[in-house]
Design a protein around this ligand. Structure first.
Ligand code: COA
Ligand code: ZN
Length: 302
């Protein structure tokens, strides 16, 4: 392993990616979870998404959740949007950082946002310009970057081509989503190498799911390749809409526990985070898959 970074920036996505894949919970529960997370020392939170309520009923109350949530100083909050209409809603709600999503695989893009990848990319070009007019940061999340539940393998060259396009259109950052947990260290290395060969300067964030148990291995691989921004979800909240019962996003506590032990700072207080994870369990009414939540943090002497 090359030299480790002194710190890693974790974006907590439990309130969005986590809750969108759980049975719907009341608005009040979402606000409580957001407030608990805001008190953990985490520096970034993806708070809500502005999507069609028919597509994702769990986010139908995004405006109200965001209006009622405590905005903690020192925390950067963001929202995910699937199209221009979502971006307009996020701007109206006052977000200054916005993620727009497109899938590398055409089939997944059609199922997710009802259009081809090429059509989404055309929309995104205008959307980035709109966000920049408002002084808002535009991140493009490339979903299914490491594999598609419908098409199988996704060619890293296709991912790199999408990155070329959105960088040309002005994206401030790209994120690669392992939407259904198909990534392995080999695939992570291939995608990052393909992208970096062509776009060495664009900031990169990675979004791993632990559906098949590879999330921390993938994260270490990416860390070794110099990536220092990651999404993670409290308690491993969430799941996979295509595989009932499957684990969801990599659990924030597992990432924090591992990184802190390796001397990499995250700014997060693990005890406060575990409290938020226990709250998340209570709110969704099921045991969450996080190993650190189940076993507790490692004792210093053991
Ligand atoms: N929020 C709320 N309403 C929206 C919207 C948004 N982001 N985007 C479109 N709409 C509304 C339109 O205003 C229109 O309303 P009308 O019928 O009253 O005129 C209607 O939805 C249809 O618009 P259209 O552009 O044809 O959308 P669509 O039916 O093709 O749906 C999406 C496309 C993107 C809105 C929908 O597929 C979606 O919300 N997907 C989200 C998927 C997601 O979040 N996945 C997880 C994250 S990766
Ligand atoms: Zn996800």
């Amino acid at each position: 392993m090359t030299q480790l970074p002194a710190s890693v920036s974790i974006r907590e996505v439990g309130p969005r990616d986590g809750l969108q894949n759980e049975e719907p919970v009341p608005t009040d529960a979402k606000v409580r979870l957001l407030d608990a997370l805001s008190a953990t020392g985490v520096r970034r939170i993806e708070a809500v998404s502005f999507v069609h309520p028919r597509a994702i009923p769990q986010m139908a109350d995004a405006d109200e959740v965001w209006a009622r949530a405590t905005k903690a100083p020192g925390v950067r909050y963001s929202a995910l949007v699937p199209n221009s209409k979502g971006a307009q809603r996020a701007l109206a709600a006052g977000f200054t950082e916005i993620e727009v999503v497109v899938s590398a695989s055409d089939t997944h893009n059609r199922r997710n946002v009802n259009r081809s990848t090429a059509e989404s990319l055309d929309d995104i070009a205008g959307l980035i310009a709109l966000l920049h007019e408002h002084g808002v940061t535009a991140e493009v999340i490339v979903a299914t970057s490491f594999g598609c539940p419908y098409e199988g393998d996704v060619d890293p060259a296709r991912v790199a081509g999408i990155v070329d396009r959105v960088v040309a259109d002005g994206a401030d950052r790209v994120a690669f989503g392992d939407t259904t947990g198909m990534a392995t260290p080999r695939r992570v290395r291939e995608v990052l190498t393909a992208v970096r060969d062509r776009q060495p300067d664009i900031p990169i964030l990675l979004h791993f799911h632990n559906t098949r148990g590879t999330a921390l291995a993938n994260l270490l691989t990416a860390l070794d390749l110099g990536v220092t921004e990651y999404d993670a979800s409290v308690g491993g909240l969430g799941g996979c809409p295509y595989a009932p019962g499957a684990s969801g996003n990599v659990a924030t506590e597992e990432v924090v526990h591992m990184l802190h032990d390796m001397g990499v700072d995250t700014g997060i207080d693990l005890d406060a985070l575990l409290e938020a994870a226990r709250l998340a369990e209570e709110l969704v009414g099921r045991r969450l898959p996080s190993g650190v939540l189940r076993a507790g943090p490692r004792l210093p002497q053991v």
